[in-house]
Each structure stands twice: as structure tokens, then as C-alpha cells.
Design a protein around this ligand. Structure first.
Ligand SMILES: [Zn+2]
Length: 379
């Protein structure tokens, strides 16, 4: 059998299958043809030497903003694909009134695999200067349920931000409407916390297994820690009961002191996501999931514990395809190749707190359906 491309000699880590080690990956017709040690190079039309590099399933970003040319939305083929992310779930950029445009003008035209958390607010996040649910009339339950019915292939759940800048003092009324809509449409919810009007344990009372809390590493009030710096017991219990805690980075939602406290108390989020937006990319052009991995590596989280947070966990959370976030023979060849760079590097949290590391990951090559994408020079 002829092979289009052979990734030779990389260190494969695929938490979903438990496969780990120096293995070659053969790709034919956009799909994974074989994974194994020392595969024969003879049938390969192209061989790429990835010795010393990490070969991972295409990364899955559970919370990104990729409604390109609308508000804060980035073009996923620029913000995701070059940096190892092959699948992105948009975090509520579109609502019922804008989901059709998102599908027609972005999702169907980009190469990145895109899903959507539809916003509870009918207009979505077309301009974040305006709190999208300051007026509760924008939460049109019938409209959001209808939009979900019409776009089940695309929509993975309903999103709402509970911060005071998004909902004013209406966190609880918004939660009530969100619950109502999600139950009617039979989909999970994603709630954005940090500077919210209610403590996290109160918010958790409204959530069910499969729901997502995003920005769990936030340093803003009403995050994972109580005022004395202890992890709310309700958070640990909720995680045990199947609530998914997503550490969306964003411009202002990672605090190293919070992360350290959480790690000290043996709490790790279920997943890491970027919450990438145009302002974020302008602020830090090198912002991407591997960059987020470096921050947690600098704080001492072992690589083996981090990889599931950007592959198998968000892949399973999306639950759309059995192969999302994993490397499977016969499945689409979505692969992230990351290189190691040695040196003295600095990473920062959203408040300028620094941490250092001597070895960092840099995006090297992405395959999406077997097609090659590379980061811009100098990344
Ligand atoms: Zn977001």
C-alpha cells in the first residue's frame, strides 16, 4: 500500500489509546494508515523526520472565538491550525440571530473543524463593549432552542457569561434562563465565571453532569477558591460528578497564584482552552494552546498530565466523533507536532506574574485531514 506521508521517529503521546513512545505515523488519503515502531519508509512518497518532537492528536480547543470578522472573532485558519489545533469550539460568539451567518461565512469556508457553543443572548458577542445580557430580553429561549434544532450538527451546547460586565446583577436570572433553554434543547451549558455576581458554589447548584464551567483558573472574584484561598469543596465534588472545568485563558483569566493554590490542593482542570480573540492575538501574537501548556509546565505540572487536557478530554467532551482528540488508524489524520526548545524562557499570567522554564514547546507542524499547516516564521 502506498503512503502519502510518514512522520518518522517522533514521540507519540495519545492518552485516549494509552499509546506512548517513539512511533512512526503513516498517512494515506487524509487518514491515519498505520502507527507503529520503525515503519517501512519505502512506500512513503514523503517522509518528515520528527525525531525528538512530540506527536499528538490534533489539539482540541473547547473555547475559542472564531467568528472571523465579527466582533472579537479570529480566523481559525490563522489562530488555530498553524499552532496544532485542528478542532475548535467557538465560545458563544454567535447567538440564534447570527448562527446562520457563522455557519455560512466561516464554518463552511475554513479548514479548521469548528463547532459552536451558541450564546443564550440572541445577538451573541457581536460587540463585547455592550454586556450581552444586560437586557434579559435578549435571552430568547424559543429562538435559541429552534436554532439548536436546526444546527445540531454544529452546536454543542449553550453559553452564557455570568460576569457583572455581561449580565449586570442578573447572574441568577440568567442561570435560570440558561437551564431552561438547555433542558428544552437537551444540550449542555458552558458558563463563564470570574467577576460574577454569585459565588461559584451557588452557580454549580444550577449545573448538571456534562456541563462546563469555563475560566476556572481566573484570578477575578468568585472563582474556584474561597476568600481564604481554599478550593471550594463544591468544585471538587462537581468535578467528581462530571462537571467539566475548562481553563479558558483569554486576556484576563489565568492567575499563577490561583493555579499554584489549586495544584497544592491536587486540583487540575479537565481541560485547557485559549478563548482566543482578536485583542488577545494583538496583545500576544504567539498565543496558542502549546503556549498555554508552557505556562503550566513552568508551574510544575508534568507533561503527561497536561496532554489529555488539550486532546482526549476536550475531544470526549465534544463527543461528536469517537476519534476527536485521539490518534486512530482509519480516522482523519489530525496531528499536532510540537518541538522542544532549550533555553531560559519566561511566561506570564494575565496579571504580569512571571514563571520561568528551561524547555518549552513550540508548534512545528499541524496535519488536518492529512494536509500540512505550519506556524508563521519566528513563532
Ligand atoms: Zn470566551
Amino acid at each position: 500500500m502506498s503512503v502519502d506521508l510518514l512522520l518518522k521517529g517522533g514521540t507519540v503521546m495519545d492518552p485516549a489509546s494509552g499509546r506512548e513512545g517513539v512511533l512512526d505515523v503513516a498517512i494515506t488519503a487524509g487518514r491515519v494508515a498505520e502507527i507503529g515502531p520503525s515503519l517501512d519508509t519505502a512506500p512513503a512518497q514523503r517522509v518528515i523526520d520528527v525525531a525528538g518532537m512530540l506527536v499528538l492528536p490534533g489539539l482540541v480547543d473547547l473555547h475559542a472565538h472564531v467568528f472571523a470578522r465579527m466582533g472579537i472573532g479570529t480566523d481559525p485558519d490563522c489562530s488555530c491550525l498553524p499552532y496544532g489545533t485542528t478542532t475548535a469550539a467557538d465560545g458563544g460568539s454567535a447567538g440564534a440571530a447570527t448562527i446562520d451567518a457563522f455557519r455560512a461565512y466561516v464554518i463552511e469556508r475554513v479548514q479548521t473543524r469548528v463547532y459552536a457553543w451558541i450564546h443564550l443572548a440572541t445577538q451573541g458577542l457581536i460587540d463585547i463593549r455592550i454586556g450581552e445580557l444586560m437586557q434579559l430580553a435578549y435571552a430568547d429561549i424559543d429562538a435559541v432552542v429552534q436554532a439548536i434544532e436546526a444546527n445540531r450538527d454544529l452546536i454543542v451546547g449553550i453559553k452564557a457569561r455570568l460576569s457583572n460586565y455581561a449580565v449586570g446583577m442578573s447572574a441568577l436570572p440568567v442561570l435560570r434562563l440558561l437551564r431552561q433553554a438547555a433542558d428544552a434543547a437537551q444540550v449542555p451549558v458552558m458558563v463563564h465565571i470570574g467577576a460574577s455576581g454569585e459565588p461559584l458554589p451557588t452557580i454549580l447548584e444550577w449545573l448538571r453532569p456534562g456541563d462546563v464551567v469555563t475560566h476556572i483558573l481566573t484570578g477575578w472574584p468568585n472563582g474556584a477558591l474561597d476568600p481564604t484561598g481554599q478550593l471550594h469543596p463544591a468544585v471538587r465534588e462537581a468535578q467528581r460528578n462530571g462537571i467539566y472545568f475548562d481553563a479558558a485563558h483569554g486576556r484576563m483569566h489565568v492567575s499563577f497564584p490561583v493555579v499554584r493554590r489549586l495544584l497544592d490542593q491536587d486540583f487540575l482542570p479537565n481541560g485547557l482552552s485559549t478563548d482566543v480573540t482578536v485583542p488577545l492575538m494583538q496583545q500576544d501574537p504567539s498565543f496558542h494552546l502549546p503556549g498555554f501548556l508552557n505556562k503550566l509546565l513552568a508551574l510544575g505540572v508534568p507533561l503527561r498530565e497536561l496532554i489529555p487536557l488539550v486532546t482526549s478530554n476536550p475531544g470526549r467532551k465534544l463527543g461528536r466523533e469517537p476519534w476527536l482528540g485521539s490518534l486512530q488508524v482509519g480516522a482523519p489524520a489530525d496531528v499536532a507536532v510540537l518541538a522542544w526548545e532549550e533555553g531560559d524562557f519566561s511566561v506570564r499570567d494575565s496579571f504580569g506574574v512571571e514563571a520561568r522554564l528551561s524547555r518549552r514547546l513550540v508548534p512545528h507542524l499541524t496535519l488536518k485531514d492529512g494536509r500540512e499547516h505550519r506556524p508563521p516564521a519566528g513563532t
